[in-house]
Design a protein around this ligand. Structure first.
Ligand SMILES: [Zn+2]
Length: 59
């Protein structure tokens, strides 16, 4: 079991997606992507909460 995320689920016109073994790992990967490609987003606890809320379970 792991976690997956895609920018499309956040309503972004971006084809990026990622998977990781834990929510914490996936959050780290996602924030790196956000820093590089979504500079309009402010990284704060609210954003982290939103990121976690669109993560999906993978098999
Ligand atoms: Zn993206």
């Amino acid at each position: 079991m792991g976690k997956s995320i895609s920018c499309r689920d956040a309503g972004k016109t971006c084809n990026w997606s990622a998977t990781a073994k834990s929510e914490q790992d996936l959050l780290k990967i996602t924030l790196e992507h956000v820093r590089e490609h979504h500079k309009e987003l402010v990284i704060n606890s609210e954003l982290e909460k939103n990121i976690k809320s669109i993560m999906k379970e993978t098999n």
